[in-house]
Ligand binder design. Structure first.
Ligand code: SF4
Length: 185
């Protein structure tokens, strides 16, 4: 029950939290895209093709698919003047029809559900940079790989459990909050 929780629940996340969430997300995508371009630039086409495709996929998945498919069913989008950790509820209100709270858990259902696409957008550059490091090693590429790894670890061990999901008013319906074990904290 919500009253059992110790963490404060935010109707409007602090601006710093929203900045950290979006800053780390955008940095992850940009470094991932640049890393793929640099890692495969020994090919006349592969680096730019896969790097740019990754950038399009990751930004569209996060800033278009999420507000259209997930956010309409979220309590943050339905409430007046609330601000979620990503700020996407504000975008969703402008571009999508209001959904149904009971459909919110659908974000994690099916192989190509929004949650899996989101995870894919975070993991693709790490998987893609390992072979690139083996065949086309450079210090810059290694630093990009370590930075993206660091951002992924930061997201799963600090951003989600301590800054985002812990304080989220959707955590009782959200499958991700269940997976993070923050519902009763
Ligand atoms: S619990 Fe976490 S993943 Fe789920 S809506 Fe809230 S902040 Fe987003």
């Amino acid at each position: 029950m919500e009253s059992d929780t110790k963490a404060k629940l935010y109707s409007r996340y602090p601006g710093l939290s929203v900045f950290i969430y979006n800053g780390s997300t955008i940095l992850h995508f940009l470094l991932g895209g640049v890393g793929i371009i640099l890692g495969y630039r020994f090919s006349s086409w592969a680096g730019y093709t896969f790097g740019i495709l990754y950038l399009i996929f990751s930004f569209v998945e996060m800033y278009v698919v999420m507000p259209i498919s997930v956010c309409p069913n979220c309590v943050y989008t339905r409430a007046k003047d609330w601000l979620c950790i990503s700020g996407l509820n504000v975008i969703s209100k402008k571009i999508a029809e209001e959904g149904d709270l009971k459909d919110f858990p659908r974000r994690a259902q099916g192989p190509f559900c929004p949650n899996n696409l989101y995870l894919g957008s975070l993991i693709v550059p790490i998987v893609a940079l390992i072979p690139a490091l083996i065949v086309n090693f450079s210090v810059v590429l290694l630093l990009i790989f370590l930075a993206v790894m660091g951002l992924l670890l930061f997201r799963f061990f600090i951003l989600f459990p301590r800054i985002a999901c812990l304080h989220c008013r959707a955590k009782y319906e959200c499958p991700q909050a269940g997976a993070m074990g923050v519902r009763n904290r």
